[in-house]
Design a binder for this molecule. Structure first.
Ligand code: NAD
Length: 441
């Protein structure tokens, strides 16, 4: 089968490379000619474990090709995936202009029956809108079907998530399109991946409801963490005690600086806006977004409190990306927090294994460092912003020598408080009592 993926970002490239791995012939198209030129040489424009190898394999075995030409992408493809961005507009609604532009491009180049499947996260009603856009621009009397096939991959484990998903959601109103989609995903059928086959609006809603629920779990545990701090409880143990209940589950119950990334904040906003559009106020999703914004501010207050003010202080930040194993800085809590600290007169030294170059561009004045120890050099505190594995086993004797004072602010609760206090550090974390240094005799 021949397919195309329009939009070759995180989702589009992973989708294309993974379908090529399934033995399908894939053309990935993007309007960004620099991105496509790099990809043609096997250079992946972002950090994601395993993707470079998969792209190289697809190119080598001639199952993966790249183009900037929409006509080439439409030509032989039976299924056209749309994986362009759907960023937030000022009112929180999803900007569908890229999706619609792709719809027009596909329509003008149609040469036979096609399945047009949205992988982009799009609000309920977009499938119908897309159908109208394509109908209005069709190059001839060609039949086509619209499918909603939302993507649930997580950056940092995108390939594993694509190749072994918890479920595949297919929203369609045509048996032919459903049969084609099932055929395409047959390798996942063979490993008994559950398929949810439904109508288009329901499939579109599944994606938003899932993301809003996960975001709510994070905001919920962050509120509990803030309460724990005030009553002397330990949120880490509270979350463990909650998570062992199978009805709750342990995932997404980690207290910290709040969620970021390209999806949760924008998808929550779009869901709330969908509610407003139809006259229904989504109280829980709105509160989850509000708590998340406040949490960043709380982290600034925590840092300020631990240092007795940040003006004139030097702060060493470990991690900038919104989570480990990605260089994605979109809506990263570390950026917002660092920006505020700089505004208050702090000097920021920082290290991130993958996002340092981009982070330095976004935060002019930031001092880029070569590792955790360089970051600690002359800093008044070391702050863990993102829980990259390499920050999980630091040499505290070395850090203590490098730091101006032994203060670790662990915004991801990576470490055991008693252990760090034992190294002679003042230890501050989220939702757990602060620890004074405890020097062993
Ligand atoms: P991205 O910004 O990494 O990639 C989007 C790509 O689309 C860019 O390369 C851009 O140049 C290209 N593009 C824009 N207009 C185009 C056009 N008219 N024709 C061809 N290409 C065009 O975005 P992403 O993170 O891959 O997200 C894409 C969609 O998938 C969004 O709706 C997002 O919400 C959703 N999603 C993202 C993730 C994730 O973890 N990133 C997970 C699930 C779903």
């Amino acid at each position: 089968m021949h397919i195309s993926v329009i939009g070759t970002g995180y989702v589009g490239l992973v989708t294309g490379a993974c379908f090529a791995e399934f033995g399908v012939n894939v053309v990935c198209m993007d309007t960004d000619s620099r991105r496509i030129a790099k990809l043609e040489k096997g250079e992946v424009p972002f950090y994601e474990p395993g993707i470079t190898e998969l792209v190289a394999k697809g190119l080598r075995e001639n199952r993966l090709a790249f183009t900037t030409d929409i006509a080439k992408a439409v030509d032989q493809a039976l299924v056209l995936f749309i994986a362009v961005g759907t960023p937030s507009r000022a009112d929180g609604s999803a900007d569908l202009s890229y999706v619609e532009e792709v719809g027009r491009g596909i329509a003008k180049n149609m040469n036979g029956y096609k399945v047009i499947a949205t992988k982009s996260t799009v609000p309920v009603g977009t499938g119908e809108k897309l159908r109208e856009v394509i109908k209005a621009n069709l190059s001839g009397p060609y039949r086509f079907d619209i499918v909603s096939n939302p993507e649930f991959l997580r950056e940092g484990s995108a390939i594993e998530d694509f190749l072994r998903p918890n479920r595949v959601v297919i929203g369609a109103d045509s048996d032919q399109a459903i049969a084609i989609m099932k055929d395409l995903y047959r390798p996942l059928y063979l490993i008994e991946t559950p398929f949810v086959v439904t109508d288009i609006p329901t499939a579109e809603m599944i994606k938003y409801a899932s993301n809003a629920f996960l975001a709510t779990k994070i905001s919920f545990i962050n509120e509990i963490a803030n309460l724990c701090e005030r009553v002397g409880a330990d949120v880490q143990v509270v979350a463990k005690g909650m998570g062992l209940d199978h009805r709750i589950g342990s995932k997404f119950l980690h207290a910290g600086p709040g969620f970021g990334g390209s999806c949760f904040p924008k998808d929550l906003a779009a869901l709330v806006q969908t509610g407003e559009r139809v006259g229904y106020q989504l109280e829980i999703a709105s509160a989850a977004a509000r708590v998340n914004t406040q949490q960043r501010q709380r982290m600034v207050e925590k840092i300020r409190g631990a240092l007795g003010g940040v003006k004139g202080k030097t702060l060493g930040l470990l991690g900038l990306s919104f989570k480990p194993n990605t260089n994605d800085l979109r809506e990263a809590p570390a950026l917002a927090i660092a920006q505020q600290l700089m505004k208050e007169g702090a000097v920021i030294r920082a290290y991130d294994p993958a996002a340092l170059d981009e982070g330095s561009k976004l935060l002019p004045g930031l001092v880029p460092c070569k590792d955790a120890y360089d970051t600690a050099e002359g800093s008044d505190a070391l702050i863990i912003m993102t829980e990259w594995n390499q920050f999980r086993n630091l040499d505290f004797d070395r850090l203590k020598t490098a730091l101006r004072r032994p203060l670790l602010i662990d915004l991801r609760n990576v470490y055991d408080p008693a252990r760090i206090a034992g190294f002679g550090f003042h230890y501050v974390s989220v939702g757990r009592p602060d620890r004074e240094p405890r020097l062993s005799s």
